[in-house]
Design a binder for this molecule. Structure first.
Ligand code: HPA
Length: 281
């Protein structure tokens, strides 16, 4: 199904269900937690969890490691909405559906969206378990979630992507990592449609093109948030070395296992970062 003409009404219907479950809750910050990284949402206080199945139009995931809950709660008194799990294009959803939840968070009123993912490391200097601040991306997925009639009420037809990953917030993320003594890599995230992992030749190509990490998510969410004028920060967890660099066969189990091992560091970094961002928005 192409982008529906009543996208705005669908977003508002979804937001109103969320509001009905958490009266008066007005989120400042939004966060999307990728494969195996959902634990952070458990640290939110006074939280309310809503199953994606209860949200009209919200696509539900079939992938192991993606819980599929929206968690509304507080961190140091700051209202935050967290997505525990997301859907991907490779599951068979349309680009506008893949990005629908990110649009809902923006419509719900977040001023800033932190988007996280599990990714394969292309940069030869990266190690398994590293965290990488996304400085920019290469959209090689073959699709763009804004294709279709533009909804002027949401944003412009041709949104600028020069600073898709907000430079000032990147600086805040760097400082948060430094303060917590966490090594933070930086680099360009490449998005492909998946679901097959890349071939070694594809990884050599992506490295030549300037990619540092590769994954199958994030970019649609970054594009719709940018379209709606919401500032974005991206963090990749390098769960494996990309094909051809890794000596072993790639598997989703390895991705989940690494994400699970990094959970503590990731939660610390995210917490410190969000506390610092909350002072600014
Ligand atoms: N390639 C694509 N997506 C991924 C990878 C990878 O190596 N690791 C985690 N997500």
């Amino acid at each position: 199904m192409p982008l529906p003409h009543d996208l705005l009404a669908r977003l508002d219907a979804c937001v109103s269900v969320i509001r009905s479950r958490a009266a008066g809750f007005s989120p400042k910050l939004g966060i999307i937690l990728g494969s195996g990284l959902g634990a952070f949402a458990d640290s939110l206080e006074k939280s309310v969890a809503i199953d994606y199945r209860d949200l009209p139009g919200f696509p539900t995931s079939s992938v192991h490691g993606h819980a599929g809950r929206l968690v509304l709660g507080f961190r140091s008194g700051v209202p935050i909405v967290a997505m525990q799990g997301r859907v991907h294009f490779y599951e068979g959803y349309e680009p506008w559906q893949v990005s629908f939840p990110a649009r809902v968070l923006c419509r719900f009123g977040v001023k800033h969206l932190t988007i996280t993912n599990a990714a394969g490391g292309i940069n030869a200097g990266f190690k398994v378990g590293d965290l990488m601040a996304i400085t920019d991306h290469l959209n090689l997925s073959g699709f763009n979630p804004l294709v279709g009639p533009n909804v002027e009420a949401l944003g412009p037809r041709f949104p600028d992507m020069s600073h898709a990953y907000d430079p000032a917030l990147l600086e805040v993320l760097r400082a948060a990592a430094k303060g917590a003594n966490i090594t933070l890599r930086e680099g360009v995230y490449v998005s492909l449609s998946g679901p097959s992992y890349e071939t070694p030749a594809e990884i050599r190509m992506l490295r030549t093109l300037g990619g540092d990490a590769v994954g199958m998510s994030t970019v649609p969410e970054v594009i719709v948030a940018s379209h709606m004028g919401v500032k974005v920060t991206g963090i990749s967890c390098i769960t494996n070395l990309a094909a051809g660099i890794s000596q072993t066969k790639l598997s989703h189990d390895e991705v989940s296992e690494t994400a699970n091992q990094v959970k503590g560091t990731f939660t610390t970094l995210l917490g410190r970062f969000l506390d610092a961002v909350a002072q600014k928005v």
